[in-house]
Design a protein around this ligand. Structure first.
Ligand SMILES: Nc1ncnc2c1ncn2[C@@H]1O[C@H](COP(=O)(O)OP(=O)(O)OP(=O)(O)O)[C@@H](O)[C@H]1O
Ligand SMILES: [Mg+2]
Length: 225
């Protein structure tokens, strides 16, 4: 059996708004083995993005334990977590999150500005990643010159350029038409076949069907399905 990349147990998350406390996640257990492709489904407001942010070390839970690649990340400092993110985790968002003033190459280069990798290696990885998503001939184009599907390809190139241990995708096809979304899912399936571990949030069952396994989040609790 392959080892776990993600091992989160008893995860709770509460937000305090004024004197009110809102429990968003309640005792969530979530594990992912190396090389798995897992979908997280659930209705709006069920805590999917909150869970993804915790798994990506962008946010800390209020309760529970989290081991990433056999490392206790909750005891790490914010600085250590930034480094862990920059080296091991690629993020893909519904709204692409590209920097409009930068061209494709420069957008994909961004994670390397926070990493200790050598510049020559970075250049090789950036061009390879852009080739991998089929945009090799458009390195100098700015996001405004691209379609939604192409912008999402750039975001995926940025995520895979660092050769991450994990890709976290939050509704990656949410802003795309069905055909373009299918192309993006095909790209994820190819990355999965190449051995990348992927956790993808979606509220769409047909999108979740691209994954190997699906976890349901309902009212901050995990079920299966
Ligand atoms: N920073 C915050 N402060 C207070 N409440 C928050 C915060 N972030 C999220 N929430 C609340 O937590 C709940 C879960 O939000 P979350 O974004 O995780 O849901 P989601 O499942 O991703 O929903 P959607 O499908 O609409 O993206 C919501 O009720 C939201 O209002
Ligand atoms: Mg969300």
């Amino acid at each position: 059996m392959s080892p776990s990349l993600i091992d989160a147990a008893g995860i709770g998350k509460e937000y305090c708004i004024g004197s009110r406390t809102i429990a968003v996640l309640n005792n969530v257990d979530f594990s992912v083995k190396k090389g798995e492709f897992v979908a997280v489904m659930g209705p709006s407001g069920s805590g999917k993005s909150t869970l993804l942010h915790i798994l990506g070390c962008l946010d800390r839970p209020s309760a529970g334990t989290y081991r990433f690649d056999d490392r206790d990340v909750l005891s790490a400092s914010d600085r250590e977590l930034s480094r862990l993110r920059a080296e091991y985790i690629g993020f893909v968002f519904q709204t692409f999150n590209l920097v409009s003033a930068l061209n494709i190459y420069e957008n994909v280069e961004l994670p390397f500005l926070y990493s200790s990798r050598r510049a020559s290696l970075a250049h090789k990885r950036i061009t390879e990643a852009i080739d991998q998503v089929g945009l090799g001939k458009r390195m100098n184009h700015k996001p405004a010159e691209l379609s939604g599907g192409e912008m999402q390809r750039v975001a995926i190139a940025r995520a895979i350029s660092i050769e991450p241990k994990l890709i976290l995708a939050d509704e990656p096809t949410g802003n795309l038409d069905t055909g373009t979304g299918a192309e993006i899912l095909e790209l994820f399936r190819r990355l999965h076949q190449e051995g990348v571990t992927i956790v993808m949030v979606t509220h769409d069952r047909s999108v979740a069907d691209s994954a190997q396994r699906c976890v349901q989040l309902v009212d901050g609790k995990v079920g299966s399905g």
